[in-house]
Write a protein that binds this ligand. Structure first.
Ligand SMILES: [Zn+2]
Length: 477
């Protein structure tokens, strides 16, 4: 392995090098935008999605499964949806030898698939609410430059939740709940974020409103982590999803949906990695602890024995642990190997450790060692996991904060954006569409949204009237 490119100055090169060389993915499959997940990367992806699924379960959602293919006439029922996805939805028209009697679409997301069924399932107020999710692959023909894990044509793990309610108030409450769930999820991955409401002109046509979670990548571009949409009655009308209420009247339902994909893995690898490779947060590390025995002429058997015993004990306690006993590799090259692959803790066992009844533990984030007694090992690991998580979050938060720039005029915003070399800029805004669009245009940046709960003072950078919010803009993945 050669020296890594600089993570900030040459982010793309750094990213490509680490995700392949650290055995996360293999992009040599001969189909653009479709990548192979290797066991090491896939394990982390599974662990990550399990955290989200567990949270959704705790908040009363149920897991289900809906088909991957949608008949064209079902997909086309909601016109804006059809238009929005027309350029990126794959169509299946034939087998190798026969033409099919109708066109089938590969789900780019599952609204139409699920809502067709909801219209059959729901007839009474007693059938509501419905809170479902599935974690599946979806397909989107991305026309822009693809980027492994982050922008792909087969999204391998898309966790999409869909809920149905009697009233708009209930749907609004569900949005609050979804924001709470995603906040806990990204917190547990140690990814700091800002939550922004999408401006009207960018909101999914016909939806009431939506919120996006954003963070800033090492190249100072903003990236969307997940989105939460209040669909209102848009799909209810297109799919005739109605229920008979307690008053005997038939009413259209209100719906929400929210989704997160494997992109979060691309983001957490980017945010937490450093000049030595990747660093997994302990909670999703495919291997949390690696044990490296240090050979000695006289007592290698007892060193190896101790290493095996510790491995067994830690595994029994639920840690994801690996003993690296490859005989043809020096301890030094093993250290390097596992540091590159981001294992949070390394246990070193040599002559001294055997004689003294101790182990040496090295942490990946700070590259520091401590020595603990054998009987204190498990407790020490728990404390270290917490400390590593705190440290990774602290660094990531510092990065995000240093890349959110407040400006008071268009000129000020342009200058600061240039000085910092990217990031997310926020300027006072009156809340009117034409001023928001003017901010985007004058700065040549994309609108990310605003935080309706953030009270601000000052005047709109376009019209000079009293500002209601900060409007956040930047370059987006
Ligand atoms: Zn204005």
């Amino acid at each position: 392995m050669s020296k890594l490119p600089d993570k900030h100055r040459e982010f793309s090169a750094w990213y490509d090098a680490v995700i392949e060389e650290a055995d996360i993915i293999d992009k040599r499959y001969p189909l653009k935008g479709m990548i192979v997940w290797k066991p090491y990367g896939f394990k982390a992806l599974k662990l990550t999605m399990q955290i989200l699924e567990k949270l959704l379960d705790e908040y009363g959602h149920e897991e289900a499964y809906f088909p991957m293919l949608v008949p064209e006439e079902v997909f086309a029922r909601e016109k804006d949806f059809l238009e929005g996805f027309s350029g990126e939805t794959f169509v299946v028209e034939r087998t190798i030898s026969k033409k099919l009697n109708r066109k089938l679409l590969l789900r780019p997301t599952s609204e139409t698939v699920m809502y067709y069924m909801f219209s059959i399932w729901i007839t009474s107020y007693r059938d509501l609410p419905i809170k479902l999710y599935q974690t599946v692959n979806v397909f989107r023909y991305e026309t822009e430059q693809t980027k492994p894990i982050i922008r792909v044509r087969e999204i391998v793990r898309f966790n999409e939740a869909h809920t149905v309610h009697k009233t708009l108030e209930e749907a609004n409450k569900q949005i609050e709940e979804a924001i709470e769930i995603y906040s806990k999820f990204f917190d547990s991955l140690l990814i700091p974020y800002i939550i922004l409401k999408t401006p009207k002109w960018d909101t999914f046509a016909g939806a009431e409103y939506n919120y996006d979670f954003f963070t800033v990548m090492p190249d100072r571009k903003a990236i969307e982590l997940g989105s939460v949409i209040n669909l209102g009655q848009k799909f209810a009308r297109a799919f005739e999803i109605k229920f008979q209420d307690q008053d005997g009247k038939w009413k259209y339902v209100y719906q929400t949906c929210y989704g997160v994909s494997e992109r979060v893995i691309g983001v957490l690898l980017s945010i937490h990695g450093d000049s030595r490779g990747i660093i997994w947060p302990p909670i999703v590390a495919p291997i949390q602890i690696v044990i490296v025995p240090i050979p000695s002429e006289t007592m290698f058997d007892s060193i190896l024995n101790k290493a095996r015993k510790i491995e067994e004990k830690l595994r029994a306690s639920g840690f994801r642990v690996k003993l690296d006993d490859r005989p043809d590799m020096t301890p030094g090259s093993k250290y390097f190997w596992w540091e590159f692959r981001g294992v949070p803790l390394r246990i070193e066992i040599g002559e001294k450790e055997v004689k003294e009844g101790k182990v040496t533990i090295a942490r990946r984030d700070l590259m520091r060692r401590i020595v603990v007694n054998d009987d204190e090992l498990e407790e020490a690991i728990k404390v270290l996991f917490k400390e590593i998580s705190d440290e990774l979050y602290r660094r990531a938060k510092e990065w995000l904060d240093s890349n959110i720039i407040t400006a008071t005029s268009i000129e000020d915003a342009a200058k600061k954006y240039n000085d910092v070399g990217g990031g997310i800029v926020r300027v006072p805004w009156c809340g009117e569409d034409q001023c928001g669009l003017a901010i985007e245009e004058k700065l040549g940046l994309e609108g990310l949204g605003y935080n309706p709960r953030e009270k601000i003072e000052g005047s709109c950078v376009v019209c000079g009237k009293e500002a209601k919010y900060y409007f956040y803009v930047g370059k987006k993945y």
